[in-house]
Design a protein. Structure first.
Length: 206
């Protein structure tokens, strides 16, 4: 029987990651990193010069996990495995972050229109002195998007808190002609890989 007292810390603000963990029955508490401190954010998400999308998402996720572990220690919280994740969208080796405004969102969607891009999600689990990490990549093909479709979509609130200006779990699902990879990974947490890492950290899934 699964131990009902098994629980992890989730170092992520993403409501989608919370939903996905609940889907596989993982109990968690939030351990949120800060975007603003006198010294800046707990973890900077700026891209380093010449940094590839895979190197970027892997590095940021590792830094998030280690920063969350430090926070757990500083707050004298019960010791539990910590799960951190980061997702980025890339095309032609270029990282597409979250658009700051409608102009950026429309430009991103025009770039993705009719083409295949990559969604990379890196997940890391840290527990005591052990660290596990994997980065999952999915290929996503968009249909050709008309200007009317792009304008209508960017007039909603959907594009503005998502890398690449879209989320597969929302209305933009109709843009996607095909995917090769992990549907949950595109949402922000590849469940197959997540379950494997959590089980290595001693968390029983089923």
């Amino acid at each position: 029987m699964k131990n009902p007292y098994q629980k992890i810390y989730l170092a992520s603000k993403s409501p989608r990651r919370r939903e996905l963990l609940r889907q596989i029955g993982v109990a968690f508490e939030l351990l949120l990193l800060r975007d603003q401190t006198p010294r800046g954010p707990d973890v900077s998400e700026e891209v380093l010069p010449e940094e590839s999308p895979q190197a970027y998402v892997t590095r940021v996720t590792m830094e998030k996990a280690r920063a969350a572990q430090q926070m757990m220690v500083w707050r004298s919280l019960p010791v539990r495995p910590i799960l951190a994740a980061d997702t980025t969208v890339a095309i032609d080796g270029r990282i597409l972050g979250k658009p700051a405004n409608k102009s950026e969102a429309t430009a991103m969607l025009r770039l993705l229109s009719g083409r295949t891009h990559q969604v990379l999600t890196s997940i890391a689990v840290i527990h005591r002195e052990q660290f596990w990490q994997v980065t999952q990549l999915s290929d996503v093909l968009f249909q050709e998007l008309s200007e009317a479709m792009i304008e209508a979509y960017c007039d909603t609130s959907e594009p503005y808190d998502k890398a690449g200006a879209y989320g597969i779990q929302g209305p933009a699902a109709i843009f996607i002609e095909s995917i090769r990879g992990s549907h949950s990974g595109i949402m922000g947490l590849p469940l197959f890989e997540t379950a494997q890492l959590l089980q290595q950290a001693g968390i029983r899934i089923l």
